[in-house]
Design a protein around this ligand. Sequence first.
Ligand SMILES: N[C@@H](CCC(=O)N[C@@H](CS)C(=O)NCC(=O)O)C(=O)O
Length: 216
Amino acid sequence: MSLTLYFAGGSCSLPALVGLEEARANFDAVRLVLAEGDQRSAEYLALHPRGRVPALAIDGQAIGENAAVLTLIAQAYPSARLLPAGDLIAVGRAYELIGWFSSSVHVSFAQVFRPERFTRDEAAWPALRAGGRENVLSAFAELDERLSHGGPWLLGETFSLLDPYALVFHRWAPRLDITTSDFPAFDTHARRTLARPSVGRAIARETSPDRLLVRA
Ligand SMILES: N[C@@H](CCC(=O)N[C@@H](CS)C(=O)NCC(=O)O)C(=O)O
C-alpha cells in the first residue's frame, strides 16, 4: 500500500501528519502552500476536486475530510492505537468529538476567516465573524471544562488523534484575538501535546522548505 498525505503548514492537516508520525508509517508527504494557492492547482484539483487539505492518497486514490482521513490512518495502523476501537462508548466519544471539531468548531473559525463562503452580502460579514468568534469561545470553554475534570488527554488516560486536532484550534486562537491563558486546562493540554515527539516531527515537516518530502 502506498500512502501520500497532502498537508499544509498551520492547517487542520496537523492531526493526520501526527498520526502518520506516531505510527512511524512509511509515507510520502506533500506540503501545499495555501497562501500561494497550491490547493487550487490543476494537479491538486485533479486529485481532490474540493481543493482542501488534508487529503490522503491510498495507492493513488485521494480521500479528503479529516473525519475520513483520521479514521483511515487509525485503522491502517491499529497497533499505534490512534483512536479507540472495540469499546463502543470510547469509540462513540472519539467520533462525537471528530464530528464536532470538523462540523462545528472548524466551521466557527471559517466564519471568521472566510465569511465570503457563507454569504456574498458583505454587510453580514461582521455579524458572521462575531458569531463565529463567540462559538469558538464557547467551544474552548467546553474543552477547558472537559480537560479540567478529565485528562490528561481529551479522551482520558490515552493520547489520541483528537489531541493534535484540538491543537489546531489552539494554534488558531491568536488570529481571533483569543487569549488561551483564559482556558488554563486547554493551554496545559496544548503544551503537553506539543511536547510529544511525533508532534515535533509533524511541525518540523510543516516548516520545512521542501514541498515534497519523500519517504518518511
Ligand atoms: N471539512 C474539511 C475542511 C478542510 C479545510 O477546510 N481545510 C483547509 C485548511 S484548514 C483548506 O484546505 N483550506 C484551503 C482553502 O480553503 O482554499 C476537513 O475537516 O477536513
